[in-house]
Design a protein. Structure first.
Length: 284
């Protein structure tokens, strides 16, 4: 089990990963490019833990100890110092991820595991900018991280099997179930889910069905705990659109071409829960 984790990115995914780790006894330094982003991520974690305290799910002593293991910074060098593992959780952009990994490769000892929390992008491409691609792999967490139990562990072309095994052990210690995935666009789960999201959006766009009926149909007809439209609003309409675009560009398969509804909604700032309105209206 690792003792110290560095998380790069303090957004929804980065904060969720950091929270899971500190709750399991790991020291975490979370880094983002601006103080306001760092503080927002820290506030997200404090709010989650505060609710647990209110509900009696953690004691005051445990609550304070958990937060005592958490730090935030804008310095990549400071964040990576002494870390046994780094999990990058920046936006889905290959060039940006490569920049982060090239910097991390120079800062971290060869024994440090470098993982990317990506839902679609090539681990092999991300690792190609490093001198030690054997210690680079993917850890695709699902949102919301503190609740969702699955993590896809993805090997690049040069990832060492021992690094994969060690990462699966860490995921287990975090309370997650890991499945091994090949480095193909979308890995395992998103190759299915993105098709579901795209079909749901297209049916709404063409007037074939409402968001409510699609969600109710999948929940009652397929025993899904949440409907695909509800999940899109939770994950972010823009995030889903980016995942579909990446899959379409990487595979060239027409089935992954994003529904026109996504760009329309993005233009109207209907991004889901985070903007108060997506497929559903949360202002009400």
């Amino acid at each position: 089990m690792i003792k110290k984790l560095c998380v790069i990115g303090a957004g929804t995914m980065g904060a969720g990963i950091a929270q899971v780790a500190v709750e399991k006894g790991v020291e975490v330094t979370m880094r983002d490019v601006e103080d306001r982003f760092v503080e927002k991520g820290l506030s997200t974690i404090r709010n989650f833990l505060g609710k647990k305290l209110e509900k009696g799910k953690v004691t005051k002593e445990d609550h304070d100890a958990i937060l005592g293991r958490l730090r935030g910074t804008t310095s990549l060098e400071e964040a990576a110092a002494g870390a046994d593992m780094v999990i990058e959780a920046v936006i889905e952009d290959t060039a940006l991820k490569q920049k982060v990994f090239a910097e991390l490769d120079g800062l971290c000892a060869p024994s440090v595991i470098l993982a990317s929390n990506t839902s679609t992008l090539s681990i092999t491409k991300i690792a190609s900018v490093t001198k030690h691609p054997e210690r680079v792999l993917g850890t695709h967490f699902f949102s919301p991280v503190p609740v969702m139990r699955l993590v896809e562990v993805i090997s690049g072309e040069k990832t060492d099997a021992k690094i994969v095994a060690a990462t699966i052990e860490v995921m287990g210690a975090f309370g997650k179930t890991a499945i091994k995935a090949k480095d193909v666009p979308g890995f395992i789960v998103n190759r299915f889910l993105c098709l579901l999201y795209n079909e749901a959006a297209d049916q709404i766009y063409k007037g074939y069905a409402t968001a409510q009926d699609i969600d109710l149909g999948l929940k009652l007809g397929s025993n899904h705990p949440m409907g695909p439209v509800e999940i899109m609003d939770m994950a972010g309409v823009d995030v889903v659109n980016n995942a579909l675009k990446a899959l379409f560009e990487m595979t060239g398969e027409e089935r992954y071409r994003p529904s026109p509804l996504f760009e329309q909604m993005i233009g109207e700032n209907r991004l889901g829960r985070k903007t108060g309105r997506g497929f559903y209206d949360y202002a009400k």
